[in-house]
Write a protein that binds this ligand. Structure first.
Ligand SMILES: Cc1cc2nc3c(=O)[nH]c(=O)nc-3n(C[C@H](O)[C@H](O)[C@H](O)COP(=O)(O)OP(=O)(O)OC[C@H]3O[C@@H](n4cnc5c(N)ncnc54)[C@H](O)[C@@H]3O)c2cc1C
Length: 390
């Protein structure tokens, strides 16, 4: 073991929400960790804007829920309303889950703010060294410890290495594992827009049933909305995104509503996971382990559930090293089962709805009364809550 190597019980690659939640969870149990992040600062983009009840329960245990509630907008239910007249179409009521979680509500909060709150909490513990501009390069499993190198040649020694380095995980690549599964044919685009406060509404999420492509808008701060077009042709290029965001904004909110587009992004949607999550003392979590369409909000939230269970298993493994193998195998099986049983199905049904031709979607909207009678609101609220997948 090199004397120059920095040492901690756990090294975590990636200061995204999953890496930071893992570091915070370990620190709450008094365990020191090192976080390596290739970027110089946290990512400034909004990305996941809805935190599900199950993740809020985890954040409450970690002592960061109050800060998140101050920064975000609490949603006891999600009302889906028609953009033209704010008529309610559906309501997903989380308060019905009150007997099952202490946090029966969702929180609209942009991911950059979630990460900032987590980072502040992590640093305040005094037990986590966060190294920005430190890109993971390689690891070696050496008996009872792991030697990690970053791109600058620095070395770090730990008992366990957690790969929370996102979908293109370098740790996973060194293990020789791919994210196996499918990439859907359709692309989605999103735009965060600032609208004139005169057009702002707290009535609910807006959906435009008449739009050619499935389009909806989520309010995540006063006057700031995420507009998503869930299925656009490849002929829509990055150069079109700004103009398209203005057009969609005015179609949803009315002429004169658009003030500024803050961020746009176009992406393909996937349903993929690694066949394995654990090899020896190296463990995958979050997007490094699985990837799904952001529709349904299961990307961030599944990763937070990974971090929650992983922390519990690592704490036990550190005090009972002989059981580490069994504990990590349990983490792998549990989290793979949760993804296969709860995330894959939701991703597939959301994709079917999003990519359906406009005429078929319109028929679906015209049958909403029947869907309500069939209890669809309760089923969707439960799915979105993440309770069964955590
Ligand atoms: C445009 C967009 C919209 C989205 N919308 C939603 C949504 O509405 N709802 C939802 O639930 N999810 C959404 N997601 C997905 C969500 O953002 C991810 O699921 C979530 O960020 C996963 O967290 P993570 O910590 O596992 O990985 P990431 O957030 O990807 O974090 C990984 C971190 O590792 C770092 N890293 C990578 N390689 C290295 C290396 N070699 N060395 C050191 N550090 C490294 C990265 O810089 C990054 O900071 C969206 C994603 C995008 C891109």
């Amino acid at each position: 073991m090199s004397n120059l190597s920095e040492t901690a019980k756990v090294v975590i690659v990636g200061a995204g929400p999953v890496g930071l939640t893992t570091a915070l969870g370990l620190a709450r149990h008094g365990v020191k960790s090192i976080v390596l992040e290739k970027k110089a600062t946290l990512d400034p983009h909004s990305r996941a804007t809805l935190i599900a009840p199950s993740s809020l329960e985890d954040f409450q245990k970690l002592g960061v829920l109050d800060a998140m509630l101050l920064a975000g907008a609490r949603n006891d239910s999600i009302r889906i309303v028609r953009s033209s007249d704010c008529k309610e179409l559906l309501e997903f009521d989380f308060s019905e889950l009150a007997g099952e979680t202490p946090t029966p509500f969702a929180l609209a909060l942009s991911q950059d703010q979630t990460e900032k709150i987590l980072l502040d909490a992590v640093l305040a513990t005094g037990l986590v060294d966060v190294h920005f501009s430190s890109a993971f390069a390689s690891f070696e499993q050496l008996g009872d410890h792991v030697l990690v190198r970053d791109a600058a040649g620095r070395t770090f020694t730990c008992d366990f290495l957690v790969a929370a380095d996102g979908a293109r995980s370098g740790v996973r690549k060194q293990l020789g594992w791919e994210l196996e599964g499918k990439t859907y044919a359709t692309r989605a685009i999103l735009a965060d827009v600032r609208i004139d406060m005169e057009f702002d509404t707290k009535q609910g999420w807006l959906v435009n049933p008449d739009a050619e492509s499935f389009t909806f808008a989520i309010r995540f701060a006063p006057g700031i909305w995420r507009i998503m077009e869930a299925s656009v042709p490849d002929s829509v290029t990055d150069a079109d995104l700004l103009d398209r965001s203005k057009t969609q904004c005015e179609a949803m909110f009315g002429q004169g509503a658009w003030q500024e587009t803050l961020w746009t992004s176009a992406y393909r949607k996937h349903e993929r996971r690694s066949a394995r999550y654990v090899k020896g003392c190296v463990i995958l979590a979050g997007d490094a382990a699985h990837l799904n369409s952001p529709a349904g909000g299961q990307g961030l939230n599944t990763g937070i559930a990974d971090a929650d269970l992983l922390v519990q298993q690592l704490i036990k493994a550190l005090s009972h090293p002989a059981e580490a193998r069994m504990l990590l195998a349990d983490y792998e099986q549990t989290r793979i089962k949760a993804f296969d049983e709860h995330v894959r199905g939701l991703t597939d049904s959301m994709e079917k709805m999003e990519s359906a031709p406009a005429w078929l979607r319109r028929i679906g909207f015209s049958m909403i009364g029947a869907l309500k009678l069939a209890g669809i609101e309760r089923i969707v609220a439960r799915k979105l809550s993440g309770i069964d997948a955590s």
